[in-house]
Design a protein around this ligand. Structure first.
Ligand code: LMR
Length: 334
């Protein structure tokens, strides 16, 4: 049989002999948030589609809520090949030496999902993902979460209200600088440690999209949430590159299709999941939700936008400018 016939045979009769339902490839997909979040649901969607499209030749095990690894450990586990797939927040790539991913943490850099998606779903996003290859990582997709609110146990109306407060951040130098610009004291810690730290008073407050706030019960230990939408939190879905490259080509194509469809799903549900979580926080009655006025928002912007300039050296002024151009940030009067 010639090569062409073999290829046609593979296409016609399913997956290559190297991978079959009798001897499935196991993909361990670890993440740190609850199953009932945009990322948690998208991970489950990927599992469903990947297993269906590969006709059982691939099994995806999703480990949610830091049940397998916490933030820093999961990055190491991926590089060592102990897990095959992750979706860490973009803020966490600085730990890998990928400082340019911290550009997504710059306060107010995106006006909303539309501006953000011009970057994540466009050529700049693709360039960023391809830079991961040098670290042995295959960047597969960007998944949205949403825009962050500040929370604390006292009202947050003005930037000065955070002065002197200890605020939990993800491990990102940009977020560190953002908190310092407000006169707050940033404390980086793993996501799984945030609720106990808030409860024990080790930190006074934090920032997160509402889906994370609600599903970790942070609202039970935070009396005030202010809808500042001062920054974005989203994810890059990444694979161990050696693992990904060694998959039989026909399996990889099917997994790429599952990834493309779960990415569309993730980005479709992200906003509504966050809106739903905010309503759930409201219904819980534990927390005052404050909607800042246009003037109050402008005061937060004045305090935080200088961080774009101070972080140029770390992230690269070219990249910041390219994003400003792509999103129309420069022409929007900042
Ligand atoms: C956080 O640590 O606050 C987030 O990155 C968690 C997540 O994965 O959404």
């Amino acid at each position: 049989m010639g090569l062409r016939a073999v290829l046609l045979g593979v296409l016609a009769f399913g997956l290559s002999a190297a991978v079959s339902a009798a001897d499935p490839v196991v993909i361990r997909f670890s993440h740190v948030v609850a199953a009932d979040t945009p990322k948690g649901k998208a991970a489950e969607k990927f599992k469903e589609l990947a297993e269906r499209y590969t006709e059982g030749a691939v099994i995806v095990e999703v480990h949610a809520n830091s049940s397998l690894y916490k933030d820093k450990e999961e990055m190491e586990a991926l590089q060592l090949g102990a897990v095959q797939l992750l979706a860490p927040s973009l803020a966490k790539f600085g730990q890998l030496g990928m400082r340019e991913f911290e550009v997504f943490d710059l306060p107010y850099i995106f006006d909303g999902y539309e501006a953000l998606n011009k970057v994540t779903q466009g050529p700049l996003g693709q360039q960023l993902l391809s830079r991961l290859e040098a670290r042995g990582i295959k960047g597969l997709a960007f998944w949205d979460n949403g825009f962050k609110s500040f929370s604390a146990n006292s009202p947050i109306r003005r930037p000065e209200d955070l002065r002197g407060k200890t605020m939990r951040i993800q491990s990102s130098k940009v977020l560190d600088e953002q908190m310092r610009a407000l006169g707050a004291l940033p404390m980086a810690m793993a996501f799984s440690e945030v609720y106990p730290a808030l409860r024990a008073g080790v930190v006074d407050g934090t920032e997160n999209p509402h889906s994370n706030l609600f599903t970790q019960n942070m609202h039970e230990v935070q009396k005030h949430v202010t809808l500042t939408e001062h920054g974005y939190l989203g994810y890059a879905v990444i694979a161990n590159k050696r693992f990904w490259d060694r998959l039989p080509a026909d399996v990889r194509v099917r997994l790429e299709r599952a990834m493309a469809e779960s990415t569309a799903y993730a980005n479709r549900i992200a906003k509504e999941e966050n809106d739903r979580a905010l309503e759930a926080v409201r219904a819980a009655g534990t927390t005052e939700i404050y909607e800042p006025s246009a003037q109050e928002k402008a005061a937060f912007k004045r305090a935080l936008i200088p961080v774009h300039r101070t972080m140029e050296g770390r992230i690269g002024s070219e990249l910041i400018r390219a994003i400003h151009r792509e999103t129309g940030f420069e022409s929007s009067g900042h």
